[in-house]
Write a protein that binds this ligand. Structure first.
Ligand SMILES: NC(=O)c1ccc[n+]([C@@H]2O[C@H](COP(=O)([O-])OP(=O)(O)OC[C@H]3O[C@@H](n4cnc5c(N)ncnc54)[C@H](OP(=O)(O)O)[C@@H]3O)[C@@H](O)[C@H]2O)c1
Length: 402
């Protein structure tokens, strides 16, 4: 990660020009909340979503965006109607998403959910932009490509995920050569205390109800299986160039300590805060300065206690699968991520049981080879192959009533 400050508008000068990919999602909406709170500090170039055209149009009007894009071409008519008379440009389709990502900005939020966010994130990095990355799936699939592209283009990557943002903050002013290991905290999700038998019966609504964080559907289910933490191990490996054995997971039910850096001398530095994504997003949006964010004061006297325990690999096998995929490298993380995206979508659609999400991911990993991808086409090829196999295995399970 380069820590260049050359992109920053000096204090009191021109507003920072920004674009938000995934603007209608949980991270996108938190980002726009911060922008609305300081309208003079930001100028919005482009907002991108998939199909929520009316929501996108309303946000684009509120923040005065120049361009609004829906990835789904069928949503174009609704977007155009909702923007009528505003002077805001409307566009649709994957090529328009890429064009939006390539527009000149000081700062871009990458918060599309899933590997579909890879191409626009890569495009922004190729243009040498400062990119705040929430979209962990693109780092899991193409971490080396993204980090290499950022380095070659002089782009800056800012980690948005609360754990990686905490590590980024704790590392500031330190040499990564002095780090012994990185410790990612995990709430453990809504089922952290359930046994396997109880987990076999959980409902979609229960899986979506995270105890601490308010998030989109996919990441909420990933938190419930703890695949989210597995994806985050791979994300941390790429962001901080840390080998798999030096990445730890620590269950911390209160979600107040967002992660820790353990140094070689025995010191550990942590970042603490309320479980509200506006805190890490604000750190990225203002970086390297701090924004003043309302209602995010942490009161440790009220929190009272902070608990920690080791994760249980038996009840949460997703962690082991992610570690194996990271250690094996090649296309394994792409396969892990793609199979997981398909399995989570099937669970949310009521076509797969909760425990079968990780079982399907394990089956797909066991059946596909792990060749090293060397281009984005290769990455998308592995991604597509894993998705097709996951769909087949899910259909087979449904057919035999497994
Ligand atoms: N939520 C959190 O607290 C949190 C924390 C850390 C990291 N993250 C990561 O941040 C990313 C976003 O998470 P989220 O919870 O904000 O997700 P979310 O609420 O489900 O929102 C997803 C966003 O992506 C857009 N989108 C989906 N498919 C798209 C496509 N093909 N092209 C363009 N846009 C598309 C959606 O548009 P529509 O609304 O039109 O469908 C929406 O704006 C994920 O990778 C997640 O792991 C999230």
């Amino acid at each position: 990660m380069t820590a260049s400050i050359s992109h920053l508008p000096p204090t009191g000068r021109a507003p920072r020009t920004i674009s938000v990919l995934g603007a209608t999602g949980s991270v996108g909406q938190s980002t726009l909340d911060l922008v609305r709170a300081e309208p003079a500090a930001f100028r919005v170039a482009a907002l991108v979503a998939c199909s929520q055209a009316e929501r996108l149009a309303q946000d684009a009007r509120e923040v005065g965006a120049e361009l609004a894009v829906v990835a789904d071409p069928e949503a174009y008519g609704r977007l155009k109607d909702a923007l009528a008379g505003s002077g805001i440009e409307a566009a649709a389709g994957p090529a328009a998403v890429l064009e939006a990502a390539s527009r000149p900005v000081d700062w871009l939020m990458s918060a599309i959910v899933g590997a579909v966010g890879l191409a626009p994130t890569l495009e922004a990095l190729r243009q040498g932009r400062m990119v705040a990355i929430a979209n962990k799936e693109c780092l899991v699939c193409a971490g080396s490509l993204l980090m290499g592209t950022a380095k070659a283009a002089g782009a800056t990557i800012l980690p948005v995920d609360s754990e990686h943002n905490a590590i980024f903050q704790a590392l500031a002013g330190h040499d990564v050569a002095d780090v012994d290991r990185l410790i990612l905290t995990a709430s453990g999700g809504p089922f952290r205390d359930l046994d396997q038998a109880a987990m076999a019966r959980v409902t979609i609504a229960q899986a979506l109800a995270h105890p601490n964080w308010s998030m989109g559907a996919k990441i909420s289910v990933d938190s419930a299986t703890m695949m989210n933490k597995g994806l985050e191990l791979i994300e941390a490996h790429h962001l901080f160039a840390m080998p798999e054995p030096r990445l730890e997971v620590l269950v911390h039910p209160q979600s107040v300590v967002h992660s820790l850096v353990a140094f070689k001398d025995g010191s550990q530095l942590a970042q603490l805060g309320v479980p509200d994504m506006r805190v890490p997003i604000a750190y990225c949006l203002g970086w390297p300065r701090r924004l003043d964010v309302a209602d995010t004061r942490l009161d440790l006297a009220t929190v009272g206690r902070l608990d920690f325990r080791a994760p249980d690999p038996e009840r949460f096998p997703a962690l082991g699968l992610a570690r194996q995929a990271l250690a094996a490298g090649g296309s394994r993380p792409i396969t892990l991520n793609a199979a997981n995206e398909v399995a989570v979508a099937a669970f949310i659609a009521g076509r797969l049981r909760f425990l079968d999400i990780v079982a399907v991911v394990g089956d797909v990993l066991a059946r596909l080879p792990g060749d090293e991808p060397d281009s984005i086409d290769d990455i998308l090829g592995h991604d597509g192959e894993a998705r097709r196999l996951a769909h087949t295995l899910i259909a087979e399970r449904a057919a035999i009533g497994a």
